[in-house]
Design a protein around this ligand. Structure first.
Ligand code: C5P
Length: 298
C-alpha cells in the first residue's frame, strides 16, 4: 500500500508568545507543494522502517520516526500489533522546514489504515495526526489551509496556482531550537509578542493566483530566528531575488528557503542561478497547491 504525500511551505507564519506548555499559538497559512515523499506499508513481522533517497542517511529509522509512531498509535487504537514494514522514498528535504517528517507520519497512517482494512473515519485520522505533531494534520489534508492553535486546527482556504523554487541548505535546523531563538530575540528586544492573526491581504492574494500580489504579502515570523542561527541564509535569499524571484522567504523554521516565481520558465532560471551561486546544496522546483496524502492505485 503506497501513499504519496506533499511538502509544505508557510506563506504566512505568525507566531505568538510561548504558551505554558512550551508551544506557540500560530496563525499559520499552510500551502502544499508538488514535492512528494512516498511511504509504502507492507505486512511483515514486527515494525521496521527503511528509507531511500538523496538524504536517506539523515532519516532516523527507529521509533522516533513519525511514520513508525503513526503505525504504533493506529495499531494500539485498533487492538492490533503493528506488524508492518514501512519504506519511505524520500524527496522532501530532511529537517528543512517543509514538514518532511510530518508528511511521512501522515502517509504511514493512511497506508497502515488501508493495509489493515480499518477504514478509520477521516476526523479520527486527523486527531491521530494532531497527536503526532503540529504540522501532521495539514500533511493529510493538503491544498491550502489556515492552521490555528499550535497549527493543528485547520480551516481550508482557497488558493490559485503558484510556482516555487526551494533552495536546500547544507544542514538541517531543529524546529524547537528556532522557536527558542524566536523567544530569545523577543525577550532581548523587550517586545510584547502580539496575538497571531491571519492576514486578510495574504489570504486574498493566495486566492487570487496573482504572484505579484502574493509576493508582497508573504510573511514568516520565524525568519529572523532562522537567520540568527544561520546568518548565511541571507545570501541564499539575496541570490534568488537577484536571479529574478518575485519574493524570497525562509520556509517554516528553515533552513530551506522558498522563492516565489512567475512561471515554470522563471522557476528553471532561478533554480539554475541558485545552484550556480553556491549558496545552497541543491534546489527543487514545485507548483502549488498540491493534494494531501493520497493512496496510490495499486
Ligand atoms: O508539534 P511538533 O512536535 O512538530 O513541534 C516540534 C517542536 O516545535 C515543539 O516541541 C516546540 O518546541 C516547537 N513548536 C512550537 N509551537 C508550535 C509548534 C511547534 O513551539 N506551534
Amino acid at each position: 500500500m503506497t501513499v504519496r504525500v506533499p511538502a509544505k511551505v508557510n506563506v504566512q507564519l505568525a507566531v505568538g508568545a510561548a504558551r505554558p506548555d512550551g508551544f506557540h499559538d500560530l496563525a499559520n497559512v499552510f500551502l502544499a507543494v508538488s514535492l512528494y515523499d512516498e511511504v509504502t506499508a507492507s505486512a511483515a513481522p514486527g515494525l521496521t522502517v527503511t528509507c531511500a533517497g538523496p538524504d536517506a542517511d539523515q532519516v532516523p529509522l527507529d521509533r522516533t520516526n513519525l511514520a513508525a509512531r503513526a503505525a504504533e498509535i493506529l495499531a494500539a487504537r485498533s487492538g492490533l500489533t503493528p506488524d508492518v514494514h514501512l519504506h519511505i522514498a524520500k524527496n522532501i528535504p530532511v529537517a528543512g522546514g517543509m514538514a518532511g517528517g510530518s508528511a511521512d507520519g501522515a502517509a504511514a497512517l493512511l497506508a497502515c489504515d488501508a493495509l489493515w482494512g480499518l477504514k478509520t473515519p477521516r476526523a479520527e485520522l486527523l486527531d491521530i495526526c494532531a497527536v503526532l505533531g503540529s504540522d501532521v494534520p495539514f500533511s493529510l489534508l493538503g491544498g491550502a489551509a489556515l492552521g490555528t492553535g499550535r497549527g493543528e486546527v485547520l480551516t481550508p482556504v482557497p488558493a490559485g496556482t503558484f510556482h516555487w523554487v526551494f533552495a536546500v541548505a547544507e544542514d538541517g535546523l531543529s524546529t524547537p531550537a528556532v522557536f527558542r531563538e524566536f523567544d530569545r530575540l523577543a525577550a532581548e528586544d523587550g517586545r510584547t509578542v502580539p496575538e497571531p492573526q491571519a492576514s486578510p491581504g495574504l489570504l486574498a492574494a493566495l486566492a487570487s493566483g496573482d504572484p505579484d500580489r502574493l509576493a508582497g504579502a508573504l510573511a514568516n515570523d520565524l525568519q529572523p530566528a532562522a537567520l540568527s542561527l544561520r546568518p548565511h541564509l541571507a545570501r541564499t535569499l539575496a541570490a534568488g531575488t537577484g536571479a529574478g524571484a518575485l519574493a524570497a522567504l525562509v520556509s517554516g523554521s528553515g533552513p530551506t528557503t522558498a522563492f516565489l516565481v512567475r512561471d515554470a520558465r522563471a522557476a528553471a532560471e532561478v533554480a539554475a542561478a541558485l545552484e550556480a551561486s553556491a549558496t545552497c546544496r541543491t534546489t527543487r522546483t514545485a507548483t502549488s497547491p498540491a493534494p494531501g496524502a493520497t493512496v496510490l492505485p495499486g
